[in-house]
Design a protein around this ligand. Structure first.
Ligand SMILES: [Fe+2]
Ligand SMILES: [Fe+2]
Length: 164
Protein backbone atom coordinates (compact mmCIF):
# COMPACT_ATOMS: atom_id res chain seq x y z
CA UNK A 1 0.00 0.00 0.00
CA UNK A 2 1.20 3.49 -0.77
CA UNK A 3 1.54 5.87 2.15
CA UNK A 4 3.28 9.19 2.81
CA UNK A 5 6.47 7.38 3.93
CA UNK A 6 6.78 5.25 0.79
CA UNK A 7 10.11 6.08 -0.84
CA UNK A 8 9.59 4.02 -4.02
CA UNK A 9 8.88 5.75 -7.32
CA UNK A 10 5.18 4.83 -6.92
CA UNK A 11 5.02 6.85 -3.71
CA UNK A 12 5.03 10.57 -2.95
CA UNK A 13 7.93 12.82 -4.00
CA UNK A 14 10.73 13.73 -1.57
CA UNK A 15 9.20 17.21 -1.14
CA UNK A 16 5.80 15.69 -0.32
CA UNK A 17 7.32 13.24 2.16
CA UNK A 18 9.34 15.97 3.95
CA UNK A 19 6.44 18.38 4.09
CA UNK A 20 4.14 15.66 5.41
CA UNK A 21 6.62 14.78 8.18
CA UNK A 22 6.88 18.49 9.04
CA UNK A 23 3.10 18.95 9.16
CA UNK A 24 2.44 15.88 11.25
CA UNK A 25 5.13 16.90 13.76
CA UNK A 26 3.31 20.25 14.04
CA UNK A 27 0.06 18.41 14.75
CA UNK A 28 1.81 16.81 17.74
CA UNK A 29 3.27 20.15 18.90
CA UNK A 30 -0.14 21.84 18.75
CA UNK A 31 -1.72 18.96 20.65
CA UNK A 32 1.00 19.29 23.31
CA UNK A 33 0.33 23.03 23.64
CA UNK A 34 -3.36 22.36 23.97
CA UNK A 35 -2.76 19.89 26.82
CA UNK A 36 -0.43 22.31 28.59
CA UNK A 37 -3.01 25.08 28.40
CA UNK A 38 -5.70 22.74 29.69
CA UNK A 39 -3.68 21.80 32.75
CA UNK A 40 -2.69 25.45 33.28
CA UNK A 41 -6.38 26.38 33.32
CA UNK A 42 -7.13 23.64 35.83
CA UNK A 43 -4.16 24.47 38.06
CA UNK A 44 -5.12 28.09 38.61
CA UNK A 45 -7.81 29.44 40.88
CA UNK A 46 -7.84 32.80 39.08
CA UNK A 47 -10.96 33.31 37.01
CA UNK A 48 -9.21 35.97 34.93
CA UNK A 49 -6.35 33.61 34.11
CA UNK A 50 -8.79 30.84 33.22
CA UNK A 51 -10.67 33.22 30.93
CA UNK A 52 -7.44 34.08 29.08
CA UNK A 53 -6.32 30.48 28.85
CA UNK A 54 -9.71 29.52 27.41
CA UNK A 55 -9.10 32.04 24.61
CA UNK A 56 -5.73 30.44 23.91
CA UNK A 57 -7.27 26.96 23.97
CA UNK A 58 -9.79 28.03 21.32
CA UNK A 59 -6.92 29.14 19.07
CA UNK A 60 -4.88 26.02 19.68
CA UNK A 61 -7.85 23.78 18.83
CA UNK A 62 -8.11 25.67 15.54
CA UNK A 63 -4.36 25.43 14.87
CA UNK A 64 -4.40 21.71 15.58
CA UNK A 65 -7.31 21.25 13.17
CA UNK A 66 -5.64 23.35 10.44
CA UNK A 67 -2.45 21.29 10.64
CA UNK A 68 -4.56 18.11 10.39
CA UNK A 69 -6.33 19.55 7.34
CA UNK A 70 -3.00 20.54 5.73
CA UNK A 71 -1.54 17.06 6.25
CA UNK A 72 -4.73 15.46 4.98
CA UNK A 73 -4.83 17.67 1.88
CA UNK A 74 -1.20 16.96 1.11
CA UNK A 75 -1.98 13.22 1.30
CA UNK A 76 -4.87 13.66 -1.13
CA UNK A 77 -2.65 15.74 -3.45
CA UNK A 78 0.15 13.16 -3.40
CA UNK A 79 -1.73 9.86 -3.29
CA UNK A 80 -5.23 10.49 -4.64
CA UNK A 81 -4.94 13.09 -7.41
CA UNK A 82 -8.31 14.07 -8.84
CA UNK A 83 -10.04 13.68 -5.45
CA UNK A 84 -11.36 16.76 -3.65
CA UNK A 85 -8.96 17.67 -0.82
CA UNK A 86 -10.17 18.76 2.62
CA UNK A 87 -8.74 22.24 1.99
CA UNK A 88 -10.40 23.23 -1.27
CA UNK A 89 -8.29 23.99 -4.32
CA UNK A 90 -8.33 27.64 -5.41
CA UNK A 91 -11.38 27.64 -7.68
CA UNK A 92 -12.06 31.36 -7.87
CA UNK A 93 -11.65 31.44 -11.64
CA UNK A 94 -14.37 28.80 -12.08
CA UNK A 95 -16.92 30.80 -10.13
CA UNK A 96 -18.94 33.95 -10.41
CA UNK A 97 -15.93 36.21 -10.03
CA UNK A 98 -17.78 39.52 -10.32
CA UNK A 99 -20.15 38.65 -7.48
CA UNK A 100 -17.33 37.40 -5.25
CA UNK A 101 -15.24 40.48 -5.96
CA UNK A 102 -18.10 42.83 -5.15
CA UNK A 103 -18.95 40.97 -1.96
CA UNK A 104 -15.30 40.91 -0.90
CA UNK A 105 -14.97 44.65 -1.40
CA UNK A 106 -18.10 45.32 0.66
CA UNK A 107 -16.83 43.09 3.46
CA UNK A 108 -13.42 44.78 3.36
CA UNK A 109 -15.07 48.15 3.82
CA UNK A 110 -17.01 46.84 6.83
CA UNK A 111 -13.86 45.42 8.39
CA UNK A 112 -12.05 48.72 7.91
CA UNK A 113 -14.92 50.56 9.63
CA UNK A 114 -14.79 47.97 12.37
CA UNK A 115 -11.05 48.62 12.83
CA UNK A 116 -11.71 52.35 13.35
CA UNK A 117 -14.57 51.63 15.72
CA UNK A 118 -12.36 49.33 17.81
CA UNK A 119 -9.67 52.02 17.96
CA UNK A 120 -12.23 54.49 19.33
CA UNK A 121 -13.42 51.93 21.86
CA UNK A 122 -9.82 51.29 22.93
CA UNK A 123 -9.40 55.01 23.71
CA UNK A 124 -12.55 54.94 25.85
CA UNK A 125 -11.13 52.04 27.83
CA UNK A 126 -7.85 53.81 28.62
CA UNK A 127 -8.73 54.30 32.28
CA UNK A 128 -9.32 50.60 32.95
CA UNK A 129 -6.42 49.43 30.81
CA UNK A 130 -4.40 48.01 33.70
CA UNK A 131 -7.21 47.10 36.04
CA UNK A 132 -9.36 44.90 33.76
CA UNK A 133 -9.14 42.48 30.84
CA UNK A 134 -11.27 44.75 28.65
CA UNK A 135 -8.47 46.65 26.91
CA UNK A 136 -6.66 43.40 26.14
CA UNK A 137 -9.82 41.90 24.66
CA UNK A 138 -10.38 44.91 22.43
CA UNK A 139 -6.71 44.71 21.40
CA UNK A 140 -7.23 41.06 20.45
CA UNK A 141 -10.29 41.97 18.39
CA UNK A 142 -8.24 44.63 16.61
CA UNK A 143 -5.73 41.92 15.71
CA UNK A 144 -8.55 39.63 14.57
CA UNK A 145 -9.85 42.42 12.38
CA UNK A 146 -6.41 42.71 10.75
CA UNK A 147 -6.56 38.96 10.17
CA UNK A 148 -10.00 39.27 8.57
CA UNK A 149 -8.68 42.04 6.32
CA UNK A 150 -5.75 39.79 5.28
CA UNK A 151 -8.17 36.96 4.39
CA UNK A 152 -10.37 39.26 2.33
CA UNK A 153 -7.36 40.85 0.61
CA UNK A 154 -6.18 37.38 -0.38
CA UNK A 155 -9.59 36.63 -1.91
CA UNK A 156 -9.71 40.01 -3.65
CA UNK A 157 -6.24 39.61 -5.15
CA UNK A 158 -6.85 36.07 -6.39
CA UNK A 159 -10.41 36.54 -7.63
CA UNK A 160 -9.40 39.56 -9.63
CA UNK A 161 -6.27 38.06 -11.12
CA UNK A 162 -7.65 36.29 -14.19
CA UNK A 163 -10.24 38.94 -14.91
CA UNK A 164 -8.28 41.74 -16.49
FE1 LIG B 1 -0.61 27.22 17.97
FE1 LIG C 1 -14.28 41.04 11.50
Amino acid sequence: MTDMKNESSAGPSAWERDLHAHLTSHVAIERGMLEEYRSAAEASTSKAFKYLVDLLIEDEIRHHQIFLDLADSLETFALKPGTDPKIPNLDFNQTNQDAILELTEQLLEKEQEDALELKRLQRELRDVKNTSLWGLLVDLMERDTQKHIAILNFAKKNVGRRKR
